[in-house]
Design a protein around this ligand. Structure first.
Ligand SMILES: NC(=O)c1ccc[n+]([C@@H]2O[C@H](COP(=O)([O-])OP(=O)(O)OC[C@H]3O[C@@H](n4cnc5c(N)ncnc54)[C@H](OP(=O)(O)O)[C@@H]3O)[C@@H](O)[C@H]2O)c1
Length: 827
């Protein structure tokens, strides 16, 4: 575990990586809220798709089936638990068999999941179990087909929730918060099934009448993972940062704070902090009685314990299975942690005690809460379990167990807090749910059930708050090597971790501010996103990584085919009038997509064709670039550019071969990526050797190429001996693109245009440029975040057109780009 420098709750280091451990960074505090958004623009079709419909009421299913049929799909009602006579619960394998038979009868291209019917009551917290088991069993039955699918337009999973049409975030209460289970499940799916597009559709009662129509519209609209409809108006969720409020509650000696869990893991750190700082009484809980103090494994040091655990695995006692011994070893490790934490608290004179209580046991929770109720100030629902493995490999018992720890635990606490006169809370200032970003924005691989559990917590919190019990749910990113995250190294590929110290500080501040709602704590975002994820959360703002996410999304265009760690095909549809940079170039008078725009989109293919495990790689070189300008001509102002990239390891580097096509082949290139942060570093001032004769000066149209100059102000060429040189202002992304978050190009696009212009001077008089070749474009510096986009605003472009060698440097001589083998050829 690494504990890094403490920061205040909203300290100055927000969002910046901490130096000591690059897996850890300060987190930002975000709040999500509903915002009205433009009507959906469906871009896909359901024609001919076989769509399974499940959950909800018979009336809802009928409406959806009718609308799907009208849209040209083939809807099929999936079996329910009611169809399996006498279904006895998650351990009953007949549900999985029924779903397997359903899928065997015909492939499933999409799932419309109407989830749980009826309203929520804390007295009936298990209402979700049967419909959620049906959901999981159906997705498991389709799993092998869906995971192998590389067509990014075929599959979808759409979950319908009923939380008021604003996803529960408008403070109006939530009729059925258990919809959060399906919401979290949906958003977690793309991690496992990368070509499954997902959607959560929240519908207010007045809009349920057109549920079928809304389902069809949203199933065909990949943008935005979560939308809601109320009175016909569409809303999405947006996130922005917000500081925590000032303390509103004082904790005093004699006040009681009750934790579900809290004897180990991250909860234990907070429990200790509260007992230490506020001298209050803290009650932590767990499912097991404390072990007998005489157990030999309790007294071992870490090294001896590890050796003993390995020995036990090798020579399994009583013929037990490896899995059994492993579980026992893990349990022993957990209990050692509990015993050590309690001993440390005792030694420090803290009022911290441990009680055995399984949060999923309603009676046990009631019995625990009752005697404490009069002094209870905070309740922290911190209990949670995880089972981080692919959904295909999980039993329904495991999946429901993960969800139950959070959902039933919460409902039991709420029921136990009901006062004798039916009021809620007993004066509790805040029930603080410990949730996870996995529910909010999709978890890591193997976390769909965990994401479901956590997302449900937020909505249950909204529901309880509306009923009079203030609840806040904290959605945490991974904590630095503390608690239940099994594979830390894998987890941080999705995002950096929060340090224990910062986490505890923020958690305490959140409790004392006692403001109901939901907050999300997120550090830097890792590269392990699935291609639709940035578009799924398009209204996520106020984060240092929004720029690259928006850039990646822009450059990707529409994903068509995707095989993780191997290949991606996507299409960018350009309309010449939409963005200034698209209108820059004409070739022989014909509007043509500029070479720089082509290269920035082609280079960004590497965002999605990543090396297995997403090691941090940097674009170092574009090789063998060959483009046919005629194929880049706009046809009536429009052009669809298809980019297909395939990656592989080659000579210690990661290379991605990209083929480009419009209505006909454009050409291609190879991208070369490497782990080194710095690439080519010079020579900066030494110009390449070229023939002694002075070069031809570009003027007006060069070989039929004419730049309008609205974005790229080329020109000012001078002959420098036998070289051609120009000082060129780099276009800012906001000059080139009319987006609110303009994309950052992975290379200096204006300089590329200048090189093409300079190189075109070799085309004999009267010739018209047709092909552009760049044998090698090597990038210097630390990539797009640094010199190329930030500090270099004007660059020097110097080259020898006949030799085909060019250099781009800052005006201070710092190298940016070196190009060899540059040719512009006429047809
Ligand atoms: N660690 C992270 O990076 C991270 C990130 C985001 C959110 N979270 C959330 O933080 C909370 C604490 O997790 P952790 O990371 O500290 O994991 P942990 O070390 O495994 O602790 C989990 C705690 O929950 C208790 N627990 C589990 N099921 C319970 C039940 N049915 N009844 C009572 N107690 C139960 C465990 O006690 P027993 O096993 O002894 O019963 C243990 O004290 C969880 O809700 C988790 O989802 C953690």
């Amino acid at each position: 575990m690494s504990v890094t420098e403490a920061t205040g709750p909203d300290g100055a280091t927000e969002g910046r990586p901490e130096a000591a451990d690059t897996s850890v960074s300060a987190v930002l505090r975000h709040r999500w809220r509903p915002v009205e958004t433009a009507p959906a623009v469906p871009s896909l079709s359901l024609k001919g798709r076989s769509v399974a419909v499940l959950g909800g009421t018979a009336e809802q299913r009928d409406g959806v089936v009718a609308a799907l049929a009208t849209a040209g799909a083939s809807p099929r009602l999936a079996p329910t638990t009611g169809d399996v006579a006498g279904w006895s619960g998650p351990e009953d394998s007949r549900l999985a068999e029924a779903m397997a038979a359903f899928v065997a009868a015909g492939p499933v291209d999409g799932i419309v999941d109407l989830g749980v019917a009826g309203a929520f009551s804390a007295a009936e917290p298990d209402l979700w179990v049967a419909p959620f088991c049906a959901t999981v069993a159906l997705v498991q039955a389709t799993y092998d087909d869906w995971v192998a699918e590389d067509d990014a337009r075929r599959l979808f999973y759409l979950a319908v929730t009923r939380m008021g049409g604003r996803l529960g975030y408008d403070g109006q209460g939530v009729e059925q918060p258990l919809g959060g289970i399906w919401s979290g499940f949906a958003k977690g799916l793309p991690q496992e099934l990368p070509n499954c597009r997902v959607k959560v559709l929240d519908v207010a009662p007045p809009d349920l009448g057109r549920l079928g129509e809304l389902v069809v519209t949203e199933a065909c609209t990949p943008e935005l993972y979560e939308v809601g409809y109320r009175n016909g108006r569409r809303a999405a969720l947006a996130a922005a940062t917000e500081p925590v409020g000032p303390p509103a509650v004082t904790l005093r000696p004699g006040d009681v704070v009750l934790f579900t869990g809290g004897a180990r893991g991250i909860g234990a750190a907070v429990a200790r902090r509260l007992a230490e700082r506020h001298r209050c009484r803290v009650v932590v809980t767990g499912r097991s009685p404390l072990p007998d103090a005489s157990e030999p494994w309790l007294g071992m040091d870490e090294e001896a314990f590890r050796r003993d655990a390995t020995d036990r695995l090798r020579h399994r006692p009583d013929g037990r299975s490896v899995a059994e011994v492993r579980r026992e070893n893990e349990r022993r490790a957990d209990l050692r942690e509990v015993v050590a934490n309690l001993a440390a608290a005792r030694a420090d004179g803290l009022d911290l005690e441990y009680r055995v209580c399984d949060a999923t046991d309603a009676e046990a929770v009631a019995a625990l809460v009752r005697p404490l109720a009069a002094r209870l100030k905070f309740v922290v629902h911190n209990a949670g379990i995880a089972s981080p493995t692919r959904l295909r490999n999980k039993s329904l018992v495991t999946v429901t167990g993960v969800v139950r720890a959070k959902v039933a635990g919460f409902a039991n606490l709420v029921a136990a807090l009901e006062g004798p006169a039916g009021g809620v809370g007993h004066g509790v200032e805040l029930l603080c749910n410990v949730g996870s970003v996995s529910g909010r924005v999709g978890g890591t691989l193997g976390q769909v059930d965990y994401a479901a559990a956590n997302e449900a917590l937020t909505r249950l919190g909204f529901w309880a708050t509306a009923g009079g019990l203030p609840v806040t749910t904290m959605c945490w990113t991974t904590w630095a090597r503390v608690g239940l995250i099994g594979n830390y190294d894998a987890a941080i590929r999705w995002g950096t971790a929060v340090s224990l110290q910062e986490g505890v500080t923020r958690w305490e501040a959140e409790m004392l501010a006692a403001r109901p709602g939901e907050v999300m704590f997120l550090g830097r975002i890792g590269r392990a996103l699935s291609p639709r994820q940035p578009g799924g959360f398009a209204k996520f703002r106020d984060h240092p990584d929004v720029v690259w996410m928006a850039s990646a999304r822009h450059h990707l265009g529409e994903i068509v085919r995707f095989v993780p760690f191997r290949s991606a095909t996507s299409v960018n549809r350009f309309r010449r009038g939409d963005h200034p940079c698209l209108g820059e170039l004409t070739v022989g008078g014909a509007p043509t997509l500029p070479v720089g725009v082509v290269l920035e989109h082609a280079a960004a293919v590497a965002d999605w064709v990543a090396m297995e495990g997403w090691p941090e790689l940097h674009l170092r070189e574009l090789r063998d670039v060959h483009l046919d300008l005629d194929a880049l001509r706009f046809d009536e102002g429009e052009l669809a550019l298809t980019k297909s990239g395939t990656g592989r390891s080659l000579d210690g580097q990661w290379v991605v071969d990209v083929e480009l096509a419009t209505s006909r082949p454009v050409g291609g290139l190879r991208l070369v990526l490497a782990a080194e942060r710095t690439g080519w570093e010079g020579p900066a001032a030494t110009a390449p050797a070229g023939p002694p004769s002075p070069p031809v000066m570009p003027e007006g149209a060069v070989a039929g190429l004419r730049w309008r100059g609205a974005v790229h102000r080329l020109g000012g060429w001078e002959a420098r001996g036998h070289l051609l040189g120009a000082r060129v202002p780099l276009a800012r992304p906001s000059d080139a693109w009319m987006h609110t978050s303009p994309p950052r190009a992975p290379l200096p696009v204006t300089a590329v245009e200048a090189i093409v212009q300079g190189a075109a001077t070799t085309v004999p008089a009267g010739g018209r440029a047709r092909w552009v070749r760049l044998g090698s474009v090597r990038l210097a510096g630390e990539g797009p975040g640094s010199a190329l986009n930030a500090d270099a605003t004007v660059v020097d472009v110097v080259g020898s057109p006949p030799a085909g060698a060019w250099r781009v440097t800052t005006t201070g001589g710092r190298p940016l780009l070196a190009c060899e083998g540059v040719e512009v050829l006429a047809s």
